[in-house]
Design a protein around this ligand. Structure first.
Ligand SMILES: [Zn+2]
Length: 478
C-alpha cells in the first residue's frame, strides 16, 4: 500500500509529461528548408495538435522579408517589394494587398512565439516572394539571377560588386585574373575598357546567356595578393611586384600543351563524306605528342583531351594556365563555303584582321555554344584581346610563322598567317598558336586527311616549327 501511494504521483507526472509532449514538440526530424542561391537554412517545425507550424519571425527573416508585429492588435505584417500581408493571431482570415482571404488554419501565439501553419505558406508567400521562388510544404527554393552591378577600381584593390555573390573559379596568369562565373549577367556596366594607367588596365567580359568569363588585366608592376569576399563583393587585393615581368627573363620552355580541338558532342567541321574534325585533330595531336616526347626528353607534353570527349573551352584554358613556361598549340581543320579552298593556316591571338579571319574565328568560337544550355546563342559577345597587353604576341606570331613555313615547304597551297580572337587562346599567358591544318570542306583534302600519311606530315610540319622555335628561344635567352 505504501508503495502504491508513492507510485501514483509519479505515474500522474508521467502522463502529464506525455500529454504535454503529444500536445507540442519541436519536430526534430522534420525541418522546413529554405534554399536561397544554394545557401541552405533548415528551420525547426513545431507540431501542435498534429499541425506543423513554423516560427514566423525566424521564417520571415530567413527569407529577407520585412515584418512588424503589433502585440496590441495581435497582428503581424509582412512586406516585400511585391506584396504585403497582415495576419492575425487565432484567425484564419488575413489581408493581402488590400483584399481579405482565408486560410485553412490560424496562426497561433505559443510560448512567446508567433507560429504559422506550414500548409498556408504557399498561399501567402508566393505573392510575397519573387516569381522564381518555388514553394511547397517542406521547402522554398529561390534562385536569384546573379548580376555584376559594378566594378570599383581602387589604388591597390578592385571590387566586383554583385547583387549576390555567385560561385566562381579564378585563374591567374602573370598579368590577368580570369574569373569564371556561373549563371551570371551584367547590369549595364561597361563591358570592355582599356587604359594605359591605373591598376586596372583592361577588362573584358565574354558572356553568353548565363555564364561569364571575366578577364581583368592589371598594372604589370602589380601582382594579385589575395581575394576576399565581403558581403556581395569580391575584393581583389594587389601588391607591388618585387621583380617585374620582362621579356629578358631567361625562361625555359618546359611544357607543350597540345589542344585537340572540339570533341564529344562538338564534332567541329564535317567533311563531304562525313569525316569529323574532332577525330582527325585528335589523331594529329597524338602524332605530334609522339614526335615531341621522342625528341625532347626534358619537355612535358600535356594534352587537353586524349579521347573523344567534350572539354569546355574554359577547362582547356584552366588546364593550360596550370603550366608556366609552356607553349600552347591548338589543332583544328578548316571549313569553308568555297569548296575549292585548301591549305594550312596559322592563327595567333589578336583582334581579327580580315573578314576571312573573322569568319574562321566565328566558326571555331562556336564551340562556346556547346557550353550554353539554352538555345539562344545570340548573346555570344566576343570582345577581343588588347594587342598591346599581350607580351607573348611576338612569340606567338613567330611560332605561327615557323609552323607555317613548314607547311609552305611540304604542302602545295599554304594560305598564310592570321590573327584572330580565339577564345581558346584567350587567357593563355604563353605563346599560343591555332593551326588549321587543312580544309575538311575540300574533297581532296578530306580524302588526304583520312590517310595516316597526310596526318603524319601535318604533325611533322607542326613539330618542325616548334623545334625551330625552341632553338631560337634558347638562343635569345642565352
Ligand atoms: Zn576547329
Amino acid at each position: 500500500m505504501k508503495e502504491n501511494k508513492v507510485e501514483l504521483p509519479s505515474i500522474l507526472i508521467s502522463i502529464f509529461i506525455l500529454a504535454l509532449l503529444s500536445f507540442t514538440f519541436i519536430n526534430a526530424n522534420n525541418y522546413y528548408t529554405i534554399n536561397i542561391n544554394e545557401n541552405i537554412d533548415s528551420l525547426a517545425l513545431y507540431n501542435i495538435d498534429n499541425i506543423d507550424y513554423i516560427d514566423l519571425n525566424v521564417f520571415v527573416s530567413a527569407l529577407n522579408l520585412k515584418s512588424f508585429f503589433k502585440r496590441t492588435q495581435e497582428s503581424f505584417r509582412i512586406e516585400s517589394d511585391n506584396s504585403y500581408a497582415i495576419l492575425s493571431i487565432n484567425s484564419p482570415f488575413y489581408r493581402q494587398d488590400g483584399k481579405i482571404y482565408k486560410m485553412p488554419f490560424s496562426p497561433i501565439y505559443y510560448n512567446d512565439l508567433m507560429l504559422f501553419p506550414i500548409y498556408s505558406i504557399k498561399q501567402i508567400f508566393s505573392k510575397l516572394l519573387s516569381s522564381n521562388a518555388s514553394i511547397d510544404n517542406h521547402s522554398i527554393t529561390i534562385k536569384e539571377q546573379c548580376i555584376i552591378k559594378k566594378i570599383i577600381e581602387n589604388k591597390k584593390s578592385i571590387d566586383i560588386v554583385f547583387n549576390h555573390l555567385p560561385k566562381y573559379e579564378t585563374n591567374t596568369t602573370l598579368r590577368d585574373i580570369i574569373l569564371f562565373i556561373n549563371k551570371c549577367g551584367t547590369d549595364n556596366i561597361i563591358l570592355s575598357q582599356k587604359k594605359k594607367t591605373g591598376l586596372l588596365r583592361a577588362r573584358e567580359i565574354i558572356t553568353d546567356n548565363n555564364d561569364i568569363t571575366f578577364i581583368l588585366t592589371y598594372d604589370p608592376k602589380m601582382k594579385l595578393d589575395y581575394i576576399d569576399e565581403k558581403g556581395d563583393t569580391l575584393k581583389l587585393f594587389f601588391k607591388e611586384r618585387q621583380t617585374q615581368p620582362s621579356g629578358n627573363n631567361t625562361m625555359e620552355i618546359k611544357t607543350i600543351i597540345i589542344d585537340a580541338g572540339h570533341g564529344g558532342k562538338d564534332p567541329g567541321a564535317i567533311g563531304p563524306t562525313g569525316l569529323k574534325e574532332k577525330i582527325v585533330v585528335l589523331d594529329i595531336s597524338f602524332r605530334l605528342k609522339e614526335l615531341i616526347t621522342a625528341n625532347f626528353k626534358n619537355i612535358k607534353v600535356i594534352m587537353t583531351r586524349t579521347t573523344d570527349k567534350y572539354v569546355s573551352l574554359k577547362d582547356r584554358t584552366m588546364l593550360a594556365n596550370k603550366y608556366p613556361n609552356a607553349i600552347f598549340i591548338s589543332i583544328h581543320c578548316n571549313a569553308s563555303h568555297n569548296k575549292n579552298a585548301k591549305g594550312a593556316e596559322m592563327y595567333f591571338l589578336s583582334t581579327a584582321k580580315t573578314d576571312w579571319a573573322r569568319a574562321v574565328e566565328e566558326r571555331e568560337n562556336a564551340s562556346l555554344a556547346f557550353d550554353i544550355s539554352t538555345e539562344d546563342k545570340k548573346g555570344l559577345d566576343f570582345i577581343l584581346w588588347d594587342l598591346a597587353q599581350n607580351e607573348f604576341l611576338k612569340e606567338s606570331s613567330h611560332l605561327a610563322e615557323l609552323i607555317q613555313g613548314n607547311f609552305e615547304i611540304n604542302t602545295k597551297n599554304p594560305r598564310g598567317l592570321n590573327q584572330a580572337g580565339f577564345y581558346v587562346l584567350k587567357g593563355n599567358y604563353m605563346p599560343a598558336v591555332l593551326v588549321e591544318a587543312a580544309f575538311l570542306s575540300n574533297k581532296e583534302e578530306e580524302k588526304l586527311l583520312k590517310t595516316a600519311d597526310f596526318r603524319k606530315k601535318i604533325a611533322k610540319n607542326i613539330f618542325n616549327g616548334i623545334k625551330k622555335f625552341l632553338s631560337d628561344y634558347e638562343k635569345k635567352n642565352q
